[in-house]
Design a protein around this ligand. Structure first.
Ligand SMILES: *[C@@H]1O[C@H](CO)[C@@H](O)[C@H](O)[C@H]1NC(C)=O
Ligand SMILES: *[C@@H]1O[C@H](CO)[C@@H](O)[C@H](O)[C@H]1NC(C)=O
Ligand SMILES: *[C@@H]1O[C@H](CO)[C@@H](O)[C@H](O)[C@H]1NC(C)=O
Ligand SMILES: *[C@@H]1O[C@H](CO)[C@@H](O)[C@H](O)[C@H]1NC(C)=O
Ligand SMILES: *[C@@H]1O[C@H](CO)[C@@H](O)[C@H](O)[C@H]1NC(C)=O
Length: 411
């Protein structure tokens, strides 16, 4: 019995003053007790907020183990904050702006500015951002220079920085090519690249015309230099003197042109052969009935007043006529009556084609869609005209084949 009694007493004591198994979990806090329990009756634990946490005032941070439960403590710890960071005027924040310990904030600079520092900062346990928020400084363009120019810069801060403006003044009689003002852009380049050049008249207009050749006496078109305009192949000069001088204003002293000669061509079919008809002169074309018609050469184009009479009785061609075997149109003596009407139609088509080609080439240069349309209409009308005549005569003809005739004939 005596041995048993203490056991019961101990058991009683144990039941009244029972231990606490684990320490209470307080977010963001730690305590001065052992890491694991149990903790005996009466043990007091002192809790403190961790480095990254702030204590919310008002509660007690002492927890006592009493009859198996923890009493007295009600500590609250909240995550510490560095506060929001204001970007300096030339930068902005991208994404979520951090706030609490461990969070980050990312910065960018506006266009035309470069970053000084890191773009990413972190809120440290000491409630301070690290590293310091970056600053943004204006970019700078390379120094601009060009020969024979004086450059004045209009700037309020640092020379050649973003936004500064250069004024270019040419010296030594040179003239400005390009803009007079250039600005330093966000991508560190200048808005233009002006230069100062010796004044130049450029090629005279005549150099772009056919049947004209320009001889550059001084090898250039600078001020004071001379060129000679030469008319080729039966072209007729138009102007006072073929010698042009580049004046101080950068313009040629006067104009001089050549009116082109034409290629001898009675049937209006081809452009082969030398331009042996002088501008302004007429060629005489024979007709099957012994009559003649004239074509006048005007600046490269043969004008037709009248062709041979289309009502000529011999213009009806035999159905079996093989048009590819026509003789050379230049050597016909006398002209075969049966092919004359054929040639007249060829002349119409070819003139149409020729005019259209010239008009299209000339006008497409000046971008004139309505003119092209008109030309296409004209061409279509020519075809219709031929078809009309064809049905009138009841002559089966292949228009495509017909246009080939002169090429075969002259080969
Ligand atoms: C913890 O600290 C408090 C105050 O300093 C003290 O009273 C208590 O006994 C300590 N607890 C332990 C388990 O050391
Ligand atoms: C710089 O920017 C300008 C205007 O935005 C642009 O025209 C130019 O091509 C850029 N230059 C380079 C080298 O990117
Ligand atoms: C002569 O014709 C050419 C080529 O078609 C043209 O460039 C030039 O201006 C014409 N000249 C005149 C005086 O019409
Ligand atoms: C031009 O040359 C053609 C043949 O190439 C010839 O038939 C014609 O008679 C010549 N015209 C003149 C005006 O010399
Ligand atoms: C026309 O004549 C040429 C040469 O004589 C011949 O090769 C061709 O087949 C002829 N065409 C027709 C449609 O008769």
């Amino acid at each position: 019995m005596l041995l048993i009694l203490p056991f019961y007493v101990l058991q009683f004591v144990y039941m009244v003053t029972s231990d606490c198994d684990t320490a209470p979990a307080v977010a963001g806090a730690f305590h001065n007790g052992s890491v694991t329990g149990p903790y005996s009756e009466g043990v007091v634990l002192r809790y403190l907020c961790s480095l990254a946490y702030d204590r919310v005032l008002g509660g007690s941070n002492y927890y006592s183990c009493s009859s198996g439960v923890w009493t007295g403590g009600n500590l609250i710890c909240t995550l510490g904050s560095c506060g929001t960071v204001e970007p300096e005027p030339n930068s902005y924040i991208v994404g979520q702006a951090g706030h609490y310990v461990g969070e980050t904030t990312t910065f960018r600079c506006y266009g035309g500015y470069d970053m000084n520092g890191d773009d990413l900062i972190t809120c440290m346990a000491d409630r301070r951002w690290s590293p310091e928020p970056p600053t943004c400084v204006k970019v700078r363009c390379p120094e601009f220079s060009t020969p024979d120019a004086q450059i004045f810069q209009d700037f309020s801060g640092v020379r050649n920085e973003f936004g500064s403006k250069n004024k270019i003044t040419c010296t030594g009689g040179t003239v400005l090519q390009g803009p007079q003002y250039i600005t330093c852009l966000a991508n560190k380049t200048w808005s233009g690249s002006p230069s100062c050049t010796v004044p130049n008249c450029g090629n005279p207009p005549a150099s772009y015309e056919p049947c004209t050749e320009v001889f550059y006496t001084d090898g250039n078109t600078n001020i004071g230099s001379q060129v000679e305009v030469i008319c080729l192949e039966n072209a007729v000069p138009s102007g006072t003197s073929p010698y042009l001088i580049c004046s101080a204003t950068g313009r040629w002293s006067h104009e001089y042109h050549c009116l082109c000669g034409c290629r001898h061509d009675c049937d209006g079919s081809v452009n082969i052969g030398p331009r042996n008809v002088t501008h302004g002169s007429e060629i005489d074309c024979p007709c099957p009935d012994g009559s003649h018609f004239k074509r006048k050469c005007l600046n490269g184009t043969l004008e037709t007043k009248t062709f041979c009479s289309s009502t000529h009785p011999t213009t009806k061609l035999p159905v079996t006529h093989n048009i590819t075997t026509l003789p050379d149109t230049y050597n016909r003596t006398p002209i075969m009556p049966t092919i004359d009407y054929e040639l007249l139609l060829i002349a119409i088509i070819t003139t149409c084609l020729l005019v259209c080609t010239i008009v299209i080439t000339a006008l497409s240069f000046f971008c004139c869609p309505s003119c092209k349309t008109r030309c296409t209409e004209l061409h279509a009308r020519c075809k219709l005209c031929v078809q009309d005549e064809k049905s009138k005569d009841n002559i089966p003809r292949d228009i495509e084949n017909m246009t080939e005739v002169p090429l075969v004939a002259k080969a």
